[in-house]
Structures are given as structure tokens and as C-alpha cells.
Design a protein around this ligand. Structure first.
Ligand code: KIV
Ligand code: ZN
Length: 515
């Protein structure tokens, strides 16, 4: 039987470090639940020392997740480790992931520490973390640019101090596959106590090589891969979970290990993460892109009809693309609605949640004849994001847009239960609506992104709008879907405002000030 490849998902931590991808506590819980359903082994839920909000999010995830290990990140300092230990305490199984940089440039320019000091700090941090849990992961940050001799000493010391997983990050995405695979092999051969820890890799995608480097590491002995849904992450992102998992699963003839993942949850997870972060998935993205299983050329279509394997190396259903795009409509009942969502991997926590989403489904079905899976997924994403607790709610929106006339919008919002209205002109209907909303709310948020995409095809399709707002360095996304894109835009703008006005400032994990 093949060995197990551990999947460590860091969408909620490194993924959240993508500029503009910050997530609220409830959003993190929703994503964590899908990851658990996907049977991800370890969920890195955040960096608890970064801000009170991050701490609360990690704690909340640790309180609801029962079947995956919940991990908190900590720099190699007491304060961070204490916070990570406290935040992950409610978990059924918890891990502390502590790290310190080991490359010459990071030690000299960022940490201003000598290699000996770094070595001591690493040893101390692992020992200290072990006071709280038996499951401690250590990462020598920027290992991909560290000197091999020194890296071997740090890894040996961390294992001797009690690290059960040693993670080798290519922090700046500088390595190439042959070199990175050789690094893992050399570490495993040279470090005398290497057999006492699981070797893990964490690759960034600056040269587009994160997945290739991770897979090469697996071929050379790594048995944990750190990755993110849709390849989200700092700068160009991390290795994408879906690509790692499906490469290993599809090529069992070459990989000596396999994951325990429920791959049918991949597409629902991708959609949810994309909806929450506002990062769209490119159509030709492997596994989760809209075209990943579409055949355009006649020759290919003919081949697939005759025998699917002529042009398909995986089954779309196996990654969660629905084989049967059963269409619902306004006559569909609550049970059909619930059953279809269950098949799509969405279950409601309470009857109340089911009922309110069903009401919204009926509203949508009044405007749109056929409801596709994509519409249902947009509906639940929006429902989950709103959660009924937002300060600002859209009550009505009226727009007047006419050739030769200045577009004008009248908006009524409910603010903490009280209604307020405003009118504004704009260069278009969306612009006028945003200005009217801003007149009421005065958020001061700067619009950084406005994107519209169609959820399904046809002129009655829902438009999905993402709005990204920035204020004082904080960035928040809003998402709205509606058959009328001006209304979808207003919903999305209001959601971004709701988040912007309640989020906490956080510290970046790689900031070394605490050391
Ligand atoms: O990229 C990196 O080095 C990291 C570490 C904290 C593991 O994210
Ligand atoms: Zn990283």
C-alpha cells in the first residue's frame, strides 16, 4: 500500500496574505468546514499574534473543526507561541507552527541575528511550543536560499528539540524543481535524526514553479505538502491544493504516496474561496477553471464521445464538477433544493439558514426560469457571507439611466435598523449608486477593484460582482449576485463597507519586530 501524503492547507493563513484576500471570522469558519469535509489533514487557520481578530478567527475555527488538525502560526518568540497555543486550545487536535529565517540575507538584514543566535532561538522555540502540544512544526524560513550546512544543523536541532514536522519553505519562489528535490533528498540523507520527523514543503509561485517544486520534493521523500485552494497566497501565491492532489492521484504510477482527500469537494472549495476573497479563477486554470473539462475542437469532442479517456485524464465528477447539472425552477420544492445543495457539498447548519436561503432561491426563481448549480452556489456563498448581522443593508435601489441624460440613483439603506435615503448622479448607473451609498455611509473607502462576471450564460443570467475597498491600509472585498448587475454591484459595495468598518488591523507574520 502507498504511503500517506499529508495535505496541510494554508488558505486561511498564507492565502489570506494575498493582498486583498482578508477574511472575516465567519468566512474562515465556512472555508474551514469545506476543508474538513474534503478531509484535509491540517488546516492552518491563521497567525494568532497578528491581531485580536486573527486570534479570534483561529480560536473559532479550532472550536468547530473536529476531523482535521488545526494549526496556528507563530514566530519563534514567546508571545507568538503563547497566542498560538491559546487560540488552538479548543481544537480536537492542534498544532503549533513556529518559524525563523535561516538564509544569510534574512538573518543579516531582517533579523539582525547571527546564525548561532538563530539556531538557539529555533531550539528554544520548538522546546517552548512542545510544552503546549506534542504536535510542533518548525520552518526555517527562506530555506530555499539558505546554506545547506547551516540548514542541516538547524533542522537537526529542531528535531532534537521536539519538532514532529520540519517544513522546508521556498519562501521567495526562487528554486527550480531539480534543485529543490535535491535539497529535500540531501536534508533527509544528511540530518542524522531525519527519520524522527515528517518532511514537509511550502513553495511559493514567483516563477510559476510552486507545484512542480512541491511534486519534485514528494518524489524525493517529502510527505507533507503545504498548499492553498486556487493557489492563493503571498505575492504570486502558494502551490495550488487542487493541482498537487490531482497530480498525485492521477499519476499513482509514478508517485509513491497518495492523499486521503475527498476530491469531490475541490470545486465547491474553489468556488467558495473565490467568492469570499474576490479572486476569480481563470477559465483555463487546471482542475477548477471553467474550461478545465471543456472540449472545443470537433476532433476532441468526437474523441470524447467515442471514449472519454481519449482526451480526458481525470473525471470531472471526481473533482466536484457536477455530472448532472439538474436544473431547478420556481416550482421546485424545499426538498429538491436541499437535496441538490447537499449533492453540491453544502449542508445547512440550522433549519433557519435553510429557510432563509430557500426564500432567496424563490426570489431568484421568479426572475430567472432555470436555476443552475452555479446559481445555487452563488446564493449560498452570498447568504453565508451576509449572515444577517451586517450594519448596513440595502432596502431599495432606483436608477435612471437614459441616453443623453446623466444617470441618477436613489438608494435607501437600513443602518442598525433605521432607514436613510440619498440620491446622486454618476457617470453610469453603478457609479451613481455607489456615490449615493457613500453619501449615506461616508466610509471613505477607496475603490480598488470592480469586476463583473456572469454566473451562467444567457441574458437572464445572474451577474456576480466583486468590489474591493481600501482604507488606511485595510482592504476588504464584497460580493453580490443578482440578475440585475446594478443591484449586484450595490450589494457587493455594501458588503465591502460592512467588512471595512468592522475589521481589525493585523500584523504580517514575516515581520520580525517581535524578535
Ligand atoms: O513562505 C514562508 O516561508 C512561510 C513560512 C511562515 C512557512 O509562509
Ligand atoms: Zn509562505
Amino acid at each position: 500500500m502507498n504511503e500517506r501524503l499529508i495535505i496541510f492547507d494554508t488558505t486561511l493563513r498564507d492565502g489570506e496574505q494575498s493582498p486583498g484576500a482578508s477574511m472575516t471570522r465567519d468566512e474562515k469558519i465556512r472555508i474551514a468546514k469545506v476543508l474538513e469535509k474534503m478531509r484535509v489533514d491540517v488546516i492552518e487557520a491563521g497567525f494568532p499574534a497578528a491581531s485580536p481578530g486573527d486570534f479570534e478567527s483561529v480560536k473559532a475555527v479550532a472550536s468547530v473543526i473536529r476531523n482535521s488538525i488545526v494549526c496556528g502560526l507563530a514566530r519563534a518568540v514567546k508571545g507568538d507561541i503563547d497566542r498560538a497555543a491559546e487560540a488552538t486550545k479548543p481544537a480536537a487536535a492542534s498544532r503549533i507552527h513556529t518559524f525563523i529565517a535561516t538564509s544569510p540575507i534574512h538573518m543579516k538584514e531582517k533579523l539582525r541575528m547571527s546564525p548561532e543566535e538563530v539556531l538557539k532561538q529555533a531550539e528554544w522555540a520548538v522546546k517552548y511550543a512542545r510544552r503546549f502540544t506534542d504536535d510542533v512544526e518548525f520552518s526555517p524560513e527562506d530555506a530555499g536560499r539558505s546554506e545547506l550546512e547551516f540548514l542541516c544543523r538547524v533542522v537537526e536541532t529542531a528535531i532534537a528539540a521536539g519538532a514532529t514536522t520540519v517544513n522546508i519553505p521556498d519562501t521567495v519562489g526562487y528554486n527550480v524543481p531539480g534543485q529543490f528535490g535535491a535539497l529535500i533528498r540531501q536534508l533527509m540523507e544528511r540530518v542524522p535524526n531525519a527519520d524522527q520527523a515528517v518532511f514537509s514543503v511550502h513553495c511559493h509561485n514567483d516563477l510559476g514553479l510552486a507545484v512542480a517544486n512541491s511534486l519534485e520534493a514528494v518524489m524525493n521523500g517529502a510527505r507533507q505538502v503545504e498548499c492553498t485552494v486556487n493557489g492563493l497566497g503571498e505575492r504570486a501565491g502558494n502551490a495550488s491544493l487542487e493541482e498537487i492532489v490531482m497530480a498525485v492521484r492521477t499519476r499513482q504510477d509514478v508517485f509513491p504516496c497518495d492523499t486521503g482527500l475527498e476530491t469531490t469537494q475541490i470545486v465547491p472549495a474553489s468556488r467558495l474561496v473565490s467568492g469570499i476573497t474576490g479572486f476569480p479563477v481563470q477559465p483555463n486554470k487546471a482542475i477548477v477553471g471553467a474550461n478545465a473539462f471543456a472540449h472545443e475542437s470537433g476532433i476532441h469532442q468526437d474523441g470524447v464521445i467515442k471514449k472519454r479517456e481519449t482526451y480526458e485524464i481525470m473525471r470531472a465528477q471526481d473533482v466536484g464538477w457536477s455530472a448532472n447539472r439538474m436544473v431547478l425552477g420556481k416550482h421546485s420544492g424545499r426538498n429538491a433544493f436541499k437535496t441538490r445543495l447537499h449533492e453540491l457539498g453544502v449542508d445547512f447548519a440550522t433549519e433557519e439558514e435553510l429557510n432563509s436561503t430557500f426564500v432567496r432561491f424563490k426570489d431568484l426563481a421568479d426572475k430567472k426560469h432555470e436555476i443552475f448549480d452555479e446559481d445555487l452556489q452563488a446564493l449560498v456563498t452570498e447568504e453565508g457571507l451576509e449572515h444577517g448581522q451586517e450594519r448596513f443593508k440595502l432596502v431599495t435601489l432606483q436608477v435612471c439611466s437614459q441616453t443623453g441624460e446623466t444617470p441618477r440613483a436613489k438608494v435607501t439603506l437600513s443602518i442598525d435598523g433605521k432607514e436613510r435615503s440619498a440620491e446622486a448622479d454618476g457617470s453610469g448607473a453603478v457609479d451613481a449608486s455607489f456615490k449615493a451609498i457613500e453619501q449615506i455611509v461616508q466610509s471613505g473607502g477607496q475603490l480598488q477593484l470592480f469586476s463583473v462576471s456572469n454566473i451562467t450564460s444567457g441574458t437572464d443570467a445572474q451577474g456576480e460582482v466583486t468590489v474591493r475597498l481600501e482604507k488606511g491600509g485595510r482592504i476588504c472585498n464584497g460580493l453580490g449576485a443578482d440578475t440585475d448587475i446594478v443591484i449586484a454591484s450595490a450589494k457587493s459595495y455594501i458588503m465591502a463597507i460592512n467588512k471595512l468598518l468592522k475589521e481589525n488591523l493585523r500584523e504580517h507574520p514575516q515581520n520580525s519586530r517581535a524578535i
